[in-house]
Design a protein around this ligand. Structure first.
Ligand code: 2P0
Length: 351
């Protein structure tokens, strides 16, 4: 008998940014966040897990290269939590269920995009890992329950358990049992939304999110203002904008939150710079594009957002995709070939 399952999960791109932990072991955030999960095939992790009593230990390969699983690290924690759920929710309830929780697992995961280039590979990676083990173990769990486990792999991973528009509620409990992802709206609610990923650089980033955000927590006063006075209001505003399909309001909040995330990075000691000159030129282009749109119609047509790296994500509606792609290509000429200096993916069928 072969016990094996494969699952795939996409990247999500935050509009309200997660930056800062109040508990680094359980990965509990200092503020709630909200993202859009991409639905195209370009940016996904696909993971296969197999349980077999003949395996000597749990092992994991990422893009073909073995990664050590060190307890009590994040990978080991996720695998142990899922084995525990298998035992408690399946094997203890049904004596005939195979005792998969006692078998070592082998896990192979592939990203179809550059790892750790500020393109949220840990989000799709841990979401796919948790989904594949949950399928292998036939866990009777909702995506929100699985998000509690994915969160312990990488905070932003909890949001990739859902498609569409997803909130990670920070929660208030010390054990983290209320710090989970919930669906704000399915992708089908607003299918006209597109995300254009502009790969400015696919180099590995200089400051990892994990260490960068803790330095921010320790040193930035602006972060405290953001946590208390800014994010709660913005979470409400963006949820309302999504529910009402109000792109102008969505764009305004998304750009403001990207700006503030990079401001708290700059307010960190020593300061962290994630954007580069090309990133800033793309901001200028989108600001000008929106200025003209507002003059004509009173509304914004595009929203930029940047994570812990220089790559731009531009949210826009289907009707503007062609125009924006042409604009980007005009001002940032593409070299032939896949990588240099600037790679643009334009989704065909929604985010
Ligand atoms: C986000 N980022 O909300 C924010 C915006 C980067 C900028 O989540 O330490 O890789 O694994 O919980 O999830 C990046 O942080 O950090 C991130 P860990 P993670 O998408």
């Amino acid at each position: 008998m072969v016990y094996q399952a494969t699952a795939s999960a996409p990247v999500n791109i935050a509009c309200i940014k997660y930056w800062g932990k109040r508990d680094t072991k359980l990965i509990l955030p200092t503020n709630s966040s909200l993202s859009v999960t991409l639905s195209q095939d370009h940016l996904r992790s696909t993971t296969t897990s197999r349980a077999d009593p003949s395996f000597s230990k749990d092992r994991l390969w990422l893009n073909g290269k073995e990664e050590e699983i060190v307890a009590p690290g994040r990978l080991a924690t996720c695998i142990a939590e899922l084995k525990k759920m298998r035992k408690e929710l399946v094997e203890d309830k049904d004596a005939s269920a195979p005792k998969l929780s006692t078998f070592p697992v082998h896990i192979a995961s592939y990203n179809n995009f550059p790892t750790a280039a500020g393109l949220a590979s840990s989000a799709s990676g841990f979401a796919a890992l948790v989904s594949s083990l949950a399928a292998l173990y036939a866990l009777p769990c909702s995506p929100s329950t699985l998000s509690l486990i994915a969160r312990q792999g990488s905070g932003s991973a909890c949001r990739s358990l859902f498609g569409g528009y997803v909130a990670w509620e920070q929660g208030v409990l010390d054990d983290g049992s209320d710090s989970l992802a919930v669906e704000v709206a399915p992708r089908s609610h607003w299918p006209e939304m597109h995300a254009l990923i502009c790969v400015v650089s696919d180099d590995k980033k200089g400051t990892s999110s994990t260490s960068g955000m803790q330095r921010t927590v320790q040193t930035s006063e602006l972060l405290q203002h953001r946590i208390k006075h800014v994010v709660p209001k913005r979470m409400k505003e963006i949820e309302a904008a999504i529910k009402a399909k109000d792109f102008d309001a969505f764009a305004k909040v998304t750009m403001a939150d990207s700006n503030q995330f990079h401001a708290v990075a700059l307010d960190t000691e020593p300061p962290i710079f994630y954007m580069n000159d090309v990133s800033r030129s793309i901001i200028a282009l989108i600001v000008e594009y929106n200025r003209v749109a507002i003059e004509k119609t009173g509304k914004r047509k595009a929203a930029y957002t940047y994570d812990a790296g220089p790559n731009a994500v531009i949210y826009t509606l289907q009707e503007n995709v062609k125009e924006i792609v042409e604009l980007i290509v005009k001002y940032f000429p593409q070299k032939d070939g896949f990588k240099d200096p600037f790679q643009l993916f334009a989704g065909e069928g929604g985010v």
